[in-house]
Design a protein around this ligand. Structure first.
Ligand SMILES: Cc1cc2nc3c(=O)[nH]c(=O)nc-3n(C[C@H](O)[C@H](O)[C@H](O)COP(=O)(O)O)c2cc1C
Length: 360
């Protein structure tokens, strides 16, 4: 059935389906369910403390010996920029007033962390089969150290140039993330991500061009939510797919009630790419913050600093039952979401893909 076995053999999985790591929305429970159904389960680590990452790795390994994908963000910590901070606080003034927030309520640090030597030490203990990065790769010595542990290294490319760069810098496989994708854009080879975020290719155009440009296997991501999408991606030359939004509605995901409700009513024309929630372009269902502050603006501080003030507003609004400042990340195929247990969804995706190929 699967004529291209490159990803299946590289990762040691039965089906060419990677459950996307989704920071803040998924943990070991979802990864276990997908792994037991024959896909690749992923553990996002970008918003977790070291203690919590360890707990999730332990929980996973207690339930299954299937391969795991451990996922990290990589970015340089932005320098202090008082002028941008002042401009941003000024933009947020009406929101602060509406929710009785003081600038002193804003936490000192953002909840994100970039891949570092402490994470490497945890990888040394748990040795996940796959380590994936978002926003490029960490410094070359860290990439070499991860590979020396025997881990397969992968990362997201949003353009052909990024795919070539990732292959040159040691990636064993490349996720081609089309513009339809929910969550943060993996964009990293750009001197102006706000300008370039609006010019990125969709999955249908990106995947075959990346397949032609690199020799390592390609994983298609963005707007893939059922067997038709998977079959199409495989026809375009992808060796596997990475599915995010479709897994957010499974009971095993940690998706908040507010986010689940938004996904349930979300339609194809209701998402946009915004930087107002974290400082980096990401696709989500349009809410009050995105509509009034952006969706893209040069006023927001760099990632991850923009998330600090928004986080205070988010907590206030969510306590009142509103997602006005929440990251309602979702891809353009949100309308294809099905509320099924993750194992059942994975098996259904496989069966639907097989049915598509059977019809040809
Ligand atoms: C809620 C959410 C959170 C995400 N968080 C991460 C993350 O932590 N790391 C990562 O590499 N990709 C993350 N992504 C992007 C996914 O890896 C993937 O590119 C995307 O979900 C694919 O598009 P789709 O949502 O249309 O399936 C996230 C996506 C969503 C929807």
């Amino acid at each position: 059935m699967w004529t291209d076995r490159r990803i299946l053999d590289l990762f040691g999985i039965d089906y060419p389906i990677v459950q996307a790591p989704m920071a803040g929305s998924t943990d070991a429970n979802l990864a276990i369910a997908v792994a037991l159904a024959g896909g690749l389960g992923s553990q996002p680590c970008a918003t977790l403390s070291l203690v919590d990452i360890r707990r999730q790795f332990e929980a996973y390994q207690q339930q299954t010996s299937h391969p795991l994908n451990a996922n990290f963000f990589c970015y340089a910590e932005p320098a202090d920029d008082p002028a941008t901070d002042a401009r941003w606080l000024n933009r947020l003034k009406p929101d602060f007033q509406r929710h009785s927030v003081q600038p002193s309520d804003i936490p000192k640090a953002a909840r994100y962390s970039a891949f570092n030597h402490d994470h490497l030490a945890l990888l040394d203990i748990f040795r996940p089969k796959v380590v994936s990065f978002h926003f490029g790769l960490p410094e070359p010595s860290l990439v070499a150290a991860v590979k020396a542990l025997g881990c397969v290294v992968i990362s997201s490319a949003t353009t052909v140039a990024e795919a070539r760069w990732l292959q040159r810098n040691g990636c064993d496989a490349i996720i081609a993330q089309g513009a339809e994708a929910g969550g943060h854009r993996g964009i990293f080879l750009s001197d102006d991500i706000i300008r370039d975020a609006g010019q990125q290719p969709g999955t249908m155009a990106l995947v075959p061009q990346v397949v032609d440009a690199v020799s390592v296997p390609v994983i298609a991501a963005g707007g893939i939510a059922d067997g038709r999408g998977i079959a199409a991606a495989l026809m375009l030359g992808a060796s596997a797919v990475q599915v995010g939004t479709a897994y957010l509605s499974t009971p095993e995901a940690k998706t908040s009630a507010i986010h689940r409700a938004a996904l349930r009513s979300g339609r194809d024309d209701q998402t946009a790419i915004t930087n107002v929630l974290t400082g980096r372009p990401a696709r989500g269902l349009v809410n009050h913050a995105m509509a009034t502050l952006g969706p893209l603006t040069r006023d927001a501080p760099d990632f991850p600093l923009a998330s600090k003030a928004i986080g205070v507003l988010r907590a206030k609004a969510e306590a009142a039952g509103a997602g006005d400042y929440s990251s309602l990340w979702a891809g353009q195929a949100v309308g294809l979401s099905r509320e099924l247990p993750a194992g059942d969804l994975t098996r259904l995706l496989v069966a639907e893909t097989q049915a598509c190929f059977g019809r040809m």
